[in-house]
Structure formats: structure tokens, C-alpha cells
Design a protein around this ligand. Structure first.
Ligand SMILES: Nc1ncnc2c1ncn2[C@@H]1O[C@H](COP(=O)(O)OP(=O)(O)OP(=O)(O)O)[C@@H](O)[C@H]1O
Ligand SMILES: [Mg+2]
Length: 356
């Protein structure tokens, strides 16, 4: 499910850009004889004030960073696939009168109106029919996605000004679902949670039988760890960030541990609360596993603590599990080091215009 902006004619080659608040990730993938392949991959840091909580503040810096990474990776195509975070996206499971996909495509504007807190003319809409009318109620469950047009245009204008043609703007949760689909075979009756911990946003998705059934975006991520270290140690954000990722040593290990412990517990509590909220909605299944990705998940001990507090097994996602790493000038090991950061990127890399 994604918002297709235009169909690509002639060329099928696209470049995927995951524009995160701490860095831009680029990946170019193609379908080879053996399955999906990565041709190009790279990431480039953004200064902390360029994108704040998912909003582009300093568009010039973002545009220039995109241009730089395109040049570095020698990208020839202009067609780009990118994603918005759940933060600005309304994703709701709703009940509509039973209809076919084509019928609903015709009537979606009418049906969606009551579920969206602003005029439907101001949003781009997409939907996915979740279940057929098995009980003969004349109704069906639908996952409704709405994104405000002005938010989309903030993103697309940055891409356009960097010389690109945006063909698909996806939603990070659905990119993650697609990435999971090619790497982790769906087990019937299985319910999994995917938790992507970025710098400013943690997105949580519950996938049942391979279908996204619930999403929640938590306004917390790696930045909160950095800020807490900054506060405890009385250092700059930049210095706290270096200490956090282990690039700089500090003799205040007790203070650092307590800062990390505090934020870890808060974040895990929010994840747990969101899962409990979803489960309270009447699901007789249990969450079988929590898959984690995103740079924020590299915090030492975070996954173990999440497993302990939720009593659900926690496993880091490998977005390259079933992907051939055929990047010129980069070894497989070098690419694998990037795996935590490319959950969304791989999901976008395999997205083609016209896919649902
Ligand atoms: N080794 C590490 N240990 C702990 N944290 C790390 C490590 N490496 C990176 N991080 C943190 O990961 C975060 C960046 O992750 P990621 O690239 O997934 O976020 P993003 O996509 O830029 O942000 P968002 O999705 O929230 O907009 C930063 O907060 C960074 O400090
Ligand atoms: Mg991100």
C-alpha cells in the first residue's frame, strides 16, 4: 500500500531514499535471477536541526545532502521512491460496506470522510481491504491511509529540487512490512511486532498473517538517549552523541548507564503500552516476536531489556537476509554493518510504481 504519484513508463529503475532525521539512506535494488539484489547503498548524515520530528526545517541542507549522496553513489535514474513517517500519516482500521476493490476506489472519498479530522480534499487517500465479508454482515475491514497533501508536497518538493522525480511516496510502516515479506516467510496465525527505533521517532507495527494490522508512532528514539546523556554529563549534544555511539570515551560510566537505563525503560514502556492497547482491542492471538531495527536499537542492552519487560522474544531484523549484496567496491561485511539502518530503505528499494 503506497501513494503512487505517477506511473513510470519505459524505465523501471528507481532509487529509494529514506529521509531520516539523522541521516539520508539511499539504496538501489533490482530483481535478478536469484531474487532481489542491492546495486548501490549509502547513507549520509544530516545536522540535527535539518529535520525535526519528521518536519523538514532546513530544506536547502536536505536538498544538498540528497544531491551529494546521488553523486557519490553515481545514481543515473531520476525516479525515486521515498517514505513519510507514521507521525504525519493517519492509518486506521475501519469498517466499510462490503465492496470490491474497484468499487471502493470509486467511493473512498465519501467513505473516508468521517474518519479523517480534516477535509478529504486536503488529503491523499489509499486503502487496503483486510478481510472479505465472511460473516455476511454486509461489511468489511479496511486499512485506511491518509496523508495531508501539504506534508507530501514538503517532501516531494525537496526531492524535485534535488533533480529527482518522485514516483511513490510510501509510509515507513508499509515499507517495513514489504521488507519483512521478502526476508521472513509468513507463518500462518503468527502475529509479530516490528519496532523501528530511529533518531526521533519509533514506529511500531503489528503484522498478522503478513498484513499490517496496527501502527503507532512513538515520538522518541535515539535522540532521547543523547539528550539524557547530555543532561547527566553537562556536555554538548554532539559530544553526548559521540559518547553514546562509543566513538568517544568518558570516565562517567555510572552516569551514562543511568541515563541509558532511564530512557530505555521509558521507550520500552511506550512500546508495551501500545501493544497492550492493540491487544485490548480483542485479539485472541499473542505477539510471537518483536523484530527491531533502526539505529536507536543499537543501544547496548536495549533489546535484552525489551525482551525481559515484555516477555516476548526480541530479534534484530536483517533486511539483507534474502537479498544478494552485489555492490561494486563494497564487501559483504561492509554492507552488513549497515543492516540496522536499512529496514525502511530495503522496503522502499523493492517498491515499484503501481504495486499495492
Ligand atoms: N552504535 C550506536 N549505538 C547507539 N545508538 C546509535 C548507534 N549508531 C547510531 N545510533 C543512533 O541511531 C539513531 C539513528 O538511527 P536511524 O538512522 O535509524 O534514524 P533516522 O532514520 O535518521 O531517524 P528517524 O527515523 O527518527 O527520522 C541516532 O539517534 C543515532 O545516535
Ligand atoms: Mg528512520
Amino acid at each position: 500500500m503506497a501513494l503512487s504519484l505517477s506511473e513510470i513508463f519505459g524505465s523501471k529503475e528507481t532509487v529509494a531514499l529514506d529521509i531520516g532525521s539523522s541521516s539520508i539512506k539511499l539504496v538501489q535494488m533490482s530483481m535478478g535471477k536469484q531474487g532481489w539484489q542491492i546495486q548501490r547503498i549509502g547513507m549520509k548524515e544530516l545536522p540535527p536541526d535539518a529535520i525535526v520530528d519528521g518536519s523538514i526545517i532546513d530544506s536547502l541542507t536536505v536538498i544538498n545532502t540528497i544531491k551529494e549522496i546521488l553523486k557519490e553513489e553515481n545514481i543515473k535514474t531520476k525516479y525515486t521512491v521515498s517514505a513519510l513517517t507514521g507521525h504525519y500519516v493517519i492509518i486506521k482500521k475501519v469498517t466499510f460496506p462490503a465492496a470490491t476493490e474497484d468499487e471502493l476506489a470509486e467511493s473512498i472519498q465519501w467513505e473516508a470522510e468521517q474518519y479523517i479530522p480534516f477535509p478529504v480534499t486536503e488529503v491523499n487517500l489509499d486503502f487496503q481491504i483486510l478481510g472479505v465479508d465472511s460473516e455476511g454482515r454486509g461489511q468489511m475491514d479496511v486499512m485506511l491511509v491518509a496523508v495531508k497533501k501539504d506534508v507530501i508536497s514538503d517532501y516531494t518538493s525537496v526531492l524535485t529540487e534535488a533533480g529527482l522525480t518522485p514516483v511513490v511516496v510510501d509510509v515507513d510502516a508499509f515499507a517495513l512490512e514489504n521488507m519483512m515479506e521478502i526476508n521472513y516467510p509468513v507463518v500462518s496465525g503468527e502475529m509479530i511486532a516490528v519496532v523501528n527505533i530511529g533518531a526521533s521517532i519509533t514506529s511500531l507495527t503489528v503484522i498478522v498473517d503478513g498484513v499490517t494490522t496496527f501502527t503507532r508512532s512513538i515520538p522518541m528514539g535515539g535522540n532521547q538517549f543523547t539528550e539524557e546523556i547530555q543532561r547527566e554529563l553537562g556536555v554538548s549534544f554532539h559530544e553526548a552523541e559521540s559518547i553514546k555511539v562509543g566513538a568517544k570515551s568518558s570516565d562517567k560510566s555510572a552516569e551514562i548507564a543511568s541515563a541509558i537505563d532511564l530512557v530505555s525503560n521509558n521507550l520500552i514502556m511506550d512500546v508495551k503500552r501500545s501493544l497492550d492497547f492493540f491487544l485490548a482491542g480483542g485479539h485472541d492471538l499473542n505477539v510471537n516476536k518483536i523484530y527491531v531495527s533502526g539505529g536507536g536499537s543499537l543501544i547496548e542492552g536495549l533489546n535484552e531489556l525489551m525482551q525481559e519487560k515484555t516477555s516476548i522474544p526480541v530479534e534484530p531484523i536483517d533486511p539483507f537476509k534474502n537479498v544478494d549484496l552485489a555492490v561494486k567496491g563494497m564487501s559483504g561485511d561492509e554492507i552488513k554493518k549497515l543492516s540496522t539502518f536499512f529496514g525502511v530503505g530495503v522496503g522502499l528499494g523493492i517498491r515499484r510504481s503501481g504495486d499495492r
